[in-house]
Design a protein around this ligand. Structure first.
Ligand code: VGL
Length: 197
């Protein structure tokens, strides 16, 4: 299996997309992904290598049945990442000089419905992630973050659909469960996503 270092970052045409590294998805949050915080130093390291970095954030106001009572942890979830609350903030370990200097743009998603894919997110001016990447002349995206089996998968599948060469760096992702994460990797690979350790 190829390793990350097999890729030479093209500073003009590559972007790193950091998916949902928010307090609620990390240890102590409302919907914690196991071992989530351990990927953050790897993401910080990657941010140094990519001139183009975008982040996504779950940003829910009234997402309907995306919040379940009780949740089924497949299609409905505990209340998480409510817009403007502490749980929707980035995990503090992400907020380094690299973050402050390199994050080009943030894309928020899921205001009034479930939105697993970062490509459903829009930036402060309402531009969506795909249009932003095309504007920046990006042709290849490297995706990291939370969770492998939900938002990372959905973001990677949309990236391929929109014609980006798409690489998921698994060492900088964590899944909700081992089974659904393994299935997600199969589905991503079958769809043309390059998943590497
Ligand atoms: C996510 C479940 C519910 C994710 C978001 O970021 O993967 N998972 N909402």
């Amino acid at each position: 299996m190829p390793k990350t270092n097999d890729f030479v970052v093209d500073p003009e045409h590559d972007a790193l997309v950091v998916v949902d590294v928010q307090k609620d998805f990390c240890e102590g949050g409302a919907l914690p992904v196991p071992d989530a915080a351990s990927i953050i130093p790897k993401i910080v390291d990657l941010m140094d290598q990519f001139p183009h970095v975008c982040t996504t954030r779950d940003w829910h106001e009234a997402p309907g049945d995306h919040f379940g009572d009780p949740p089924d942890f497949v299609d409905s979830w505990p209340i998480h990442c409510v817009a403007g609350t502490e749980g929707a903030e980035y995990h503090p370990a992400l907020i380094t000089d690299a973050f402050i200097d390199f994050v080009g743009m943030e894309f928020r998603k899921g205001k009034n419905r479930a939105a697993y894919s970062g490509f459903e997110g829009v930036n402060y001016s309402g531009r969506d992630l795909g249009d932003y990447l095309r504007l920046m002349k990006i042709t290849r995206v490297f995706i990291v973050g939370l969770a492998t089996d939900y938002c990372v998968k959905a973001t990677a599948l949309d990236a391929v659909r929109q014609g980006f060469r798409t690489i998921v760096l698994l060492k900088a992702c964590r899944g909700v469960t081992p089974e659904t994460a393994a299935a997600a990797i199969v589905e991503m690979r079958d769809s043309g996503v390059v998943c590497i350790e």
